[in-house]
Design a protein. Structure first.
Length: 475
């Protein structure tokens, strides 16, 4: 059986559907409206970010007062002779190092030096038992004495044979034979003398002497041991410390410059201390290597220094500079006066009415303190050395002085927060600045104390008191 739906029921089911549709439409409109507001705000912030900022007068920052000059420090270029140096890194080496060894075998009887002692050339460092070598020497002397006695007898016989041969009483052949024996014996005596010299020299080797003047190292052999001439360690190692040598390297690009300077005369070499600033010794260049090291692309050089106070020690790494030439009458300014921009190096030159202008300069060389200017500046200019933060081309400046002592309140005072939430500085007695010991305010300017136009009020009287007898708070 079919039933026809009632119209009232249709209306009841349709009404909720219409209300839900309207709610969804309203929600979408609200979301769209919020999105549009957010996008508009972001667009406005982006537009503000890309707007050119007003930098005030002369291109200074937004926090600078356009009506106030920029405080700076200035310097005047001066003329002087400037040395040109080539910097390198090297190591200290002893000018001479000798391992003192024994030249004969034997028992070490004495050691005549202390470890670390300075010894001179030909000082006796050790003594070996000389008994065997003394006996060999005495034997050689005795052999020579025996042969000399035999020679004397042969010379007497030769004289007799010559007399007999002259009167035909004896054979001339016998005289000639005796003459040959005398010559043979004379040769034997010369050989005996050579044996004596050899034995004397060997006996002298029992005293181990210093071949050079220098400082003794640690002892390698103790007294009482048997030492041999074939020992590799030796008795001690002597190192010459005065003068001393420094080997250092320079880039291969500087070969022509070094050779040209060395051809003109002796070149000075400075060695720096551990701080890299203080020159501890100065010497001369003594040698240039004949080839470039292919692994590093550097050229080795050798310098000799007096090392009078023993500040240089073998094996030490040092910074070295080689003086190659002198720039005569060069214009020099402080390094801080040279600035770098997109177009190159420039300096701020103070002109008329204390207005600065950026002037391009050409720098020949510079170090931590001074820069040599080839062109762009004269000795009549004034260049800015400090205060570039708020400075630009065309800015007006006020030149200060840095030769005075620092102010007493150079460092900022400690600040504290008052009970009402406001911050304030404290005085030396722990009270807030502007209050006395009893908490009473003092030294504070009243509205009528100064000019309403921002001018300073009356100057404080001597003794730290304001006009009217009120005491002034000390910083």
């Amino acid at each position: 059986m079919l039933f026809k739906p009632d119209s009232a029921d249709d209306e009841k089911s349709t009404a909720p559907r219409k209300r839900s549709l309207i709610s969804r439409l309203l929600g979408r409109m609200v979301s769209l409206l919020i999105t549009l507001v957010i996008l508009a705000g972001l667009s406005y912030l982006g537009w503000l970010a890309f707007q050119p900022k007003s930098n005030g007068a002369g291109g200074r920052g937004a926090g600078a007062r356009p009506d106030l000059p920029v405080p700076v420090l200035a310097a005047t270029p001066h003329v002087q002779d400037v040395p040109v140096y080539l910097d390198g890194v090297g190591s200290v080496k002893a000018l001479n190092t000798v391992t003192v060894r024994s030249q004969v075998d034997g028992k070490l009887l004495k050691v005549n030096f202390l470890e670390g002692q300075d010894v001179k050339k030909d000082d006796v460092l050790g003594e070996i038992d000389p008994a065997i070598y003394q006996a060999q020497y005495d034997q050689a002397v005795a052999t020579k004495a025996k042969d000399e006695a035999l020679l004397a007898n042969q010379k007497i016989d030769l004289a007799r044979y010559e007399q007999l041969a002259a009167t035909n009483a004896g054979s001339k052949q016998q005289a000639d034979t005796q003459r040959a024996l005398v010559a043979q014996q004379e040769a034997i005596i010369k050989a005996d003398q050579a044996q004596i010299d050899n034995a004397r020299t060997t006996l002298g080797y029992t005293k181990i002497v210093a071949p050079i003047s220098g400082r003794a190292g640690l002892r390698q052999v103790d007294q009482g041991n048997i030492i041999h001439a074939s020992d590799t360690t030796g008795l001690v190692i002597l190192t010459q410390l005065q003068p001393i040598a420094v080997w250092f390297s320079l880039p291969q690009q500087q070969i022509m410059r070094v050779n040209a300077a060395a051809a003109k005369g002796q070149l000075a070499v400075d060695v720096f201390g551990n701080d890299g600033v203080t020159v501890i010794d100065t010497g001369k260049l003594t040698g240039i290597d004949n080839q470039v090291d292919p692994t590093t692309g550097t050229l080795k050089l050798k310098a000799e220094l007096p090392n009078a106070s023993y500040q240089l020690w073998p094996g030490q790494f040092v910074n070295v500079r080689l003086k190659v030439e002198i720039l005569p009458q060069a214009i020099v300014v402080p390094t801080s006066a040279v600035q770098r921009g997109p177009a190159g190096t420039f300096s701020y030159v103070i002109g008329a009415d204390n207005v600065v202008s950026a002037k391009p300069v050409t720098v020949t060389q510079q170090n931590e303190h001074e820069a040599v200017i080839a062109s762009g500046l004269t000795t009549s200019d004034r260049v800015v050395t400090t205060g570039f933060a708020n400075l630009a081309d065309g800015s007006k400046v006020i030149v200060g002085k840095d030769d005075g002592p620092p102010a007493a309140d150079l460092a900022p005072r400690k600040r504290s927060r008052s009970p009402d939430g406001k911050s304030g500085s404290q005085s030396k007695d722990g009270k807030p600045d502007g209050q006395g010991k009893n908490g009473e305010p003092h030294g504070r300017r009243e509205p009528g104390d100064g000019d309403q136009t921002g001018q300073a009020g009356p100057a404080p009287a001597a003794g730290g008191e304001q006009p009217g007898g009120s005491p002034k708070a000390q910083p």
